[in-house]
Design a protein around this ligand. Structure first.
Ligand SMILES: Cc1cc2nc3c(=O)[nH]c(=O)nc-3n(C[C@H](O)[C@H](O)[C@H](O)COP(=O)(O)OP(=O)(O)OC[C@H]3O[C@@H](n4cnc5c(N)ncnc54)[C@H](O)[C@@H]3O)c2cc1C
Length: 373
């Protein structure tokens, strides 16, 4: 797909940041297990957090293709940083923007676009993962506001968050609220120890009768289910871009290694078995690139296809997992070693299969658009 001059410039900016600051440093940074606050701030300075918001609010009004190109390059550098950054650029701030409240825009969105405040999205609960209709967090009317009570889990950036977008039940319907972290009754649960994404912090969040004014409700009561339908395809397309970035990182390592590692008197890249594997990996990346670009372009064209977004995440994440596996086989013992990035990429890539919907749920979304239930 042909990129516009603006899209190509975005790609160059984030590719150069990834090459300069992330590719060589990611393993060491990852081993620290800390949220990379300084790099996060730098991603904000590059304009990533404001790409989807209008210039009048401090953003750049970029299109989805540009957002995905930037995300792909960040993920090629380091998925922990890319995932936390994507949370901030998209779902963590989207509903503050969508609230249309000038007060929330000034107090939360503008600082978030600058990387000074951190936002999250709280959908998942212990008993509501794929089945978001089972959300049981309640928001009960209390005078001119609500009291929110419930438990959320797997919340990206929660340990460093300033505000949460919370999906909660008002009467029987889902509604959406913005809750500030310092509100009385907001408690962080345990940080969740994870296989990968070790520097993108994740934890439980408890809402213990948290009082929020009606002005912090996004949209009308009962609009939460529609909002989920609105945000999930965006999350899925963006996660496809993250997966593609990880696949490219693994491929770059495998190609370099195949040229350097010698066995039986020649570089292993001269053995046909390795050539065929690299060719398969390159084909996966070529195909994934087309799927991610097309799904993003469809979103920009206003197609609002839940099926295309689901195909994007499903294909790109499964493909990235295969590419990382292929790279690990090319490096053999060194793919298993923490001295090379493949071990981290193999752990990280599995997030792209889960976050925003499992492959099974994505296939159900595709089938639904085909008219199959
Ligand atoms: C690193 C990480 C970060 C995350 N960040 C966030 C976040 O910031 N905010 C947030 O709200 N959530 C977040 N999540 C949660 C994530 O969106 C959920 O984990 C995901 O939707 C799957 O839910 P589950 O893990 O409870 O799996 P389950 O729903 O328990 O699924 C278990 C298995 O059953 C299958 N299954 C379930 N239902 C069906 C069905 N109807 N048909 C066929 N198969 C089915 C699934 O595909 C899966 O294989 C994060 C998750 C991870 C791993």
């Amino acid at each position: 797909m042909h990129l516009t001059d603006v899209q190509a410039a975005v790609q160059r900016t984030f590719a150069s940041f990834a090459d300069r600051e992330l590719v060589a440093a990611a393993d060491e940074l990852d081993s620290r297990g800390e949220f990379p606050r300084e790099l996060f701030r730098r991603v904000g300075e590059l304009g990533f957090f404001g790409m989807r918001y209008p210039e009048s609010l401090g953003g750049s009004g970029a299109d989805t293709v540009s957002l995905c190109l930037a995300a792909e390059e960040l993920a090629r550098g380091w998925l922990s940083l890319a995932a936390s950054s994507m949370m901030q650029a998209l779902m963590g701030t989207y509903f503050v923007y969508r609230s249309g409240s000038p007060e929330l825009h000034e107090r939360l969105l503008r600082p978030a676009i600058r990387g000074e405040k951190i936002g999250t999205i709280c959908m998942t609960e212990p008993d509501a993962g794929s089945d978001l209709k089972a959300i049981s967090t309640r928001a009960e009317k209390d005078g001119d506001g609500y009291r929110i009570t419930g438990k959320k889990t797997w919340i990206t950036n929660a340990p460093v968050a300033d505000f949460f977008t919370v999906f909660a039940r008002t009467q029987s319907e889902l509604s959406t609220f913005v809750v500030e972290a310092q509100s009385e009754g907001v408690k962080l649960g345990r940080p969740i120890g994870k296989m990968g994404l070790r520097c993108s912090p994740t934890s439980e969040v408890f809402f213990e009768g948290v009082r929020v004014p009606t002005s912090m409700r996004v949209g009308e009561e009962g609009q939460g289910a529609d909002f989920l339908t609105e945000i999930l395809p965006q999350i899925r397309t963006a996660t496809g871009a993250l997966a593609l970035g990880v696949a490219r990182a693994a491929f770059e390592v495998a190609v370099r290694y195949a040229g350097e590692r010698r066995q039986f008197g020649k570089p292993i890249g001269e053995f046909q078995a390795i050539k065929l594997r690299l060719a398969d990996m390159a084909t996966e990346i070529f195909a994934s690139t087309q799927v991610v670009r097309r799904a993003a372009a469809m979103a920009d064209e206003g197609a609002r296809s839940a099926g295309a977004a689901a195909m994007c995440k499903s294909f790109a994440s499964e493909s990235a997992a295969r590419v990382c596996d292929g790279a690990a086989r090319v490096l053999a013992s060194y793919g298993y070693s923490t001295d090379y990035p493949i071990e981290r990429l193999l752990r990280d890539v599995r997030f792209t299969l889960i976050g925003g919907g499992t492959p099974e749920m994505l296939k159900l979304a595709i089938a639904k658009e085909l008219g199959c239930g």
